[in-house]
Design a protein around this ligand. Structure first.
Ligand code: AMP
Length: 403
């Protein structure tokens, strides 16, 4: 692998795997959140500034058996053009109706320095997700270098994210700037963390987070557990949780995780109290109760005020923080207090010198919603990829560039 920022891409045809899998409005097909496109701009702009040409490849949505208009990347072209044509810059952006084949080949060959070509959705071919070698080879002929800037798909061994690497020499494989930043932030938390290191794990299900908790038991000093998954732990320890979310088939797992944590000297913090509701609705009646003594017919939908204080104290002492998953049903205004309190504590700890990494769809959405995006150290664009990284798995999209 070569260093992207130190390389000069002048006169190179640079094939860049980006993650332009952005949400589109169902009716108008307009982009409703362009965060992922904006995140790829530094990489694209650097190649253009060097005098290289850029060939962008991405997937969009989950097309089933081939091309579907609603998943066409043509819906992205105008917005990409306007994002690249600011501050007096004039950047031509072309679109190819296919990601392989003659039109793609010819347009890529004709590209001049500073021009951009966006290829059609890679997943219109089942070969992309299958990691087909022939398909990867066809893609690879479009460029002389390959840049992987799609952290969001780094956990997939797809043709464009990993398999393609074998068709480029080591010197012609790069992490893009987004990927570099993601990997640096994740490695800092995983391998160069300053202690105390607190991981906040929330969200709905224990089953989704077992592997990450197990791996963090090797690294963190403290693990805060909130959200719906906390009630499986409460019940496992003999508590009454009313009709709160619970995975009865994971009670034993929860107890084992608690035992392992105790053996390793890792402090697990469960919410002492909860905001409870008589219904899963913003119009429900609410009250508070100890998290291990929730009355029948009621459910815990947020951590309570004592738990907020309890978790805030832990976070204020932390030097490294990883946050994945909300503390409650923060999508409903009545149950967002806990998630907001924890977000505020993370922001305060960051202002006091802690390194904080927020990742995973819902915690990122929460941080954005509260206007805290710029007040934490790093907000990851990778949901599944970040989760698998912290589960200790090798991500194919990273390994392919490094190998
Ligand atoms: P996850 O995708 O596993 O991180 O879970 C995120 C989802 O968990 C969000 O949609 C939250 O509304 C939901 N959630 C968080 N806390 C609770 C809770 N106490 N009961 C039910 N759902 C919850």
């Amino acid at each position: 692998m070569s260093s992207f920022s130190e390389y000069n891409f002048a006169n190179k045809k640079v094939l860049v795997r980006v993650d332009f899998n952005v949400p589109l409005d169902k009716q108008t097909l307009a982009i409703t959140d362009d965060t992922r496109i904006v995140a790829a701009l530094p990489t694209i702009k650097k190649i253009i500034a060097d005098g290289g040409s850029v060939i962008l490849m991405s997937h969009l949505g989950r097309p089933k058996t081939g091309p579907e208009d609603k998943y066409s990347l043509k819906h992205i072209v105008n917005h990409l053009h306007s994002l690249l044509n600011t501050d007096g810059d004039i950047v031509n952006v072309f679109f190819a109706n296919d990601c392989i084949g003659e039109q793609a080949q010819q347009t890529a060959a004709m590209l001049k320095a500073g021009e951009v070509l966006l290829l059609e959705n890679l997943r219109f071919y089942k070969e992309e997700e299958a990691g087909d070698i022939e398909f990867a080879k066809k893609l690879s002929t479009l460029g002389t270098c390959w840049v992987n800037d799609a952290f969001g798909t780094a956990h997939r061994a797809h043709a464009s994210t990993a398999v393609i690497a074998q068709f480029f020499n080591k010197e012609n494989r790069f992490f893009g700037m987004l990927m570099e930043a993601e990997v640096k932030a994740a490695e800092k938390v995983m391998h160069q963390n300053e202690k105390p290191f607190t991981a906040i794990i929330g969200g709905a299900k224990v089953s989704d987070k077992i592997l990450i908790i197990e791996n963090l038991l090797e690294r963190a000093t403290d693990i805060i557990i909130g959200g719906g998954m906390a009630y499986t732990f409460m019940k496992a320890q003999g508590g009454n949780i009313g009709k709160s979310l619970c995975e009865d088939d994971r009670l034993e797992t929860a107890n084992e995780l608690l035992k392992k944590a105790a053996a390793k000297g890792v402090c697990i913090h469960l919410p002492s109290d909860s905001m409870i509701a008589d219904n899963f609705s913003n119009d429900s009646n609410t009250s508070t109760a100890p998290s291990n003594n929730i009355p029948d017919g009621w459910m815990g939908l947020d951590i309570g005020t004592n738990a907020c204080e309890q978790f805030t104290n832990v976070l204020h002492k932390s030097k490294t923080i990883l946050w994945n998953g909300p503390m409650g049903v923060f999508e409903m205004s009545k149950f967002q207090h806990g998630t907001k309190a924890i977000a505020t504590a993370v922001v305060e700890a960051t202002a006091n010198g802690a390194f904080s990494l927020v990742g995973g769809g819902d915690s990122v959405a929460a941080v954005n919603q509260f206007g805290y995006t710029d007040k934490v150290s790093y907000v990851s664009t990778g949901g599944g990829a970040l989760l698998e990284y912290f589960e200790g798995k090798v991500l194919p999209g990273i390994a392919a560039v490094n190998s």
